[in-house]
Design a binder for this molecule. Sequence first.
Ligand code: HEC
Length: 131
Amino acid sequence: MVRRAVFRSLIRMVVRAALAAAASCAVLACGDGASAAADAGTCVVDEPDGCPSWTKDVQPIIEARCYGCHGPGGIEQSYRDFTTYQGVSGAGTTLATDVLSCKMPPPDAGQPTPRERGALVTWIECGAPKD
Ligand code: HEC
């Protein structure tokens, strides 16, 4: 538990630092900076207290919100294939940063809810548990 907490806060630092470089954001809500977020309006992220599950939480969100481009036949599948656990977990802090800043999904695509966004970010911060 302690080790996970340390790991998690380290990842969080990396994610926040990357964000700070790209945009000026409050802890839980980004309003500007990343141009995609500006186009989409306010980016709100609602992070859960515990660690989300891959099968129950994350995979269904990826399928609903990301498969259009990163799934079977999607325009970005060759670049980032999210049809496997390895593909999603391997995107790591890049995925967390892009979702937290509302760079992904692109503003003209269907948007995750704040809770869905929070689940993706927190799952990466938890070390991408495969449960
Ligand atoms: C409408 C199409 C579309 C959807 C839907 C979409 N993406 Fe993307 N994604 C792209 C495109 C295009 C790129 C490559 C260009 C770029 O990085 O902006 C990309 C790149 C990425 C990258 C790699 C960025 C990098 O710097 O290597 C990540 C991570 C990512 N997307 C995550 C996601 C996640 C997570 C979702 C779902 C919550 C999602 N995307 C939904 C189109 C999409």
